[in-house]
Design a protein around this ligand. Structure first.
Ligand code: ZN
Length: 104
């Protein structure tokens, strides 16, 4: 994969995440059910949604950071030792900031 292709993939994923976060936000502001028994379920679902939302936001942040590295020409360089991150690793984990040696 070229860096351009990776950037396109990351942007597409970012759009997905934004849509998903917006959907979860929508779910979060639903009123609680009238029955107490249902409210317990609602709260459980809310907690799950917020956990998911936090994960999505975290992933979106990593993607934004990767896109910024692509723009500044620092993409694919290990943040720890400065070595090139092998393409296979970037293909599997496009937001990787460390080479395989430093990540281990
Ligand atoms: Zn390294």
């Amino acid at each position: 994969m070229t860096t351009d292709q990776i950037a396109a993939t990351l942007r597409a994923r970012l759009n997905e995440l934004h849509a998903e976060i917006a959907r979860l936000e929508q779910a979060t502001i639903q009123p609680l059910s009238a029955k107490f028994a249902d409210q317990a379920n609602d709260l459980e679902e809310l907690a799950t949604n917020e956990g998911l939302e936090v994960q999505h936001i975290h992933e979106a942040e990593q993607i934004l950071a990767a896109l910024e590295r692509i723009e500044t020409g620092n993409y694919g360089v290990c943040s720890n030792c400065g070595a090139d991150i092998v393409p296979a690793r970037l293909a599997a984990l496009p937001t990787a900031t460390r080479c395989i040696n430093c990540a281990a």
